[in-house]
Write a protein that binds this ligand. Structure first.
Ligand code: NAD
Length: 262
């Protein structure tokens, strides 16, 4: 068993499902203590229990990442239990699709709140602990190929995911003297509940079959017609979390079967 993250304390938001859950499993496998932070507390608890059953140190913390008090309380609970925080993965996210002219303003604001306010609030809550520990830390934002490219129907998602790159670059500069790095992972389509929900929605909005949405929209530009997997994304999350110096900071890494090439 490798232990690239032994003695590290990680908080992963949105870790009750999908990509976040796999990152939590991967970090636990590498020896980290992992806090599963999610607004779905029952699922978060179940994910933490699974990790504990496998011998890992894990805890579930309830937090809607758009709520400052809940975020602060969740981070405080982790620090109280384990004494600090070394790795933050700001991953919680949702998708809502509409053409721009039909996008309800409330849904636009909800999208920006989850993706951008959530990243800001969790970072703000964790940074003082990373600065105080003298150990530095790693902040990882879950971007998307949509941090680099646009797609129709996804205005707030594309806007927010592009915004995370600006946030990471700023934290990279502010955090450097404390050894805190900030980076963005930019996955292509990954078969999670978030994507499973979009397939019928996009089929309806674009007037296509669900199979065509997968082949002609989601995977059209990949080099091999393959979905990216949660394990692929978790490997990149492990790289960013375990990298030992400020040499790798302020970056965004695309993991998408070549859908987007930099
Ligand atoms: P998912 O639906 O499987 O999991 C998302 C998790 O986030 C859920 O457990 C949900 O309860 C939680 N969550 C949602 N809103 C929250 C909030 N306000 N506060 C706290 N938790 C909240 O989705 P996923 O596909 O694993 O997506 C995770 C991240 O990866 C998102 O940021 C998403 O934009 C990004 N992403 C996904 C894909 C993909 O194809 N699935 C591709 C690129 C980027």
């Amino acid at each position: 068993m490798s232990s690239k993250l032994s003695n590290k304390i990680a908080i992963v938001t949105g870790a009750a499902s999908g990509i976040g859950k796999e990152i939590a499993v991967t970090y636990a496998r590498e020896g980290a203590r992992v806090a599963i932070a999610d607004m779905n507390m029952a699922a978060a608890q179940a994910a933490a229990d699974e990790l504990k059953a496998g011998g890992a140190s894990a805890m579930a913390v309830a937090a809607d990442v758009t709520d400052e008090n809940q975020v602060n309380a969740a981070v405080a609970a982790v620090v109280q239990a384990w004494g600090g925080v070394d790795i933050l993965v700001s991953n919680a996210g949702i998708q809502i699709v509409h053409p721009l002219e039909e996008f309800p303003f409330a849904e636009w604001k909800k999208m920006l709140a989850i993706h951008l306010d959530g990243a800001f609030l969790t970072t703000k809550a964790c940074l003082p602990h990373m600065y105080a520990s003298g150990r530095g830390g790693s902040i990882i934002y879950m971007g998307s190929v949509h941090s680099k490219e646009a797609s129709v129907l996804k205005a707030p998602y594309v806007t927010a995911k592009h915004g995370l790159i600006g946030l990471a670059k700023t934290i990279a500069k502010e955090g450097a003297k404390h050894g805190v790095r900030a980076n963005v992972i930019c996955p292509g389509f990954v078969r999670t509940p978030l994507v499973d929900k979009q397939i019928p929605e996009q089929a309806k909005a674009l007037g296509m079959s669900e199979d065509d949405v997968i082949k002609k929209v989601m995977l059209k530009e990949t080099v091999d017609g393959e979905f990216t997997t949660v394990a692929d994304v978790a490997e990149v999350a492990l790289l960013f979390a375990s990298f030992p110096s400020n040499a790798l900071t302020g970056q965004s890494l695309v993991v998408s079967h070549g859908w987007f090439m930099q």
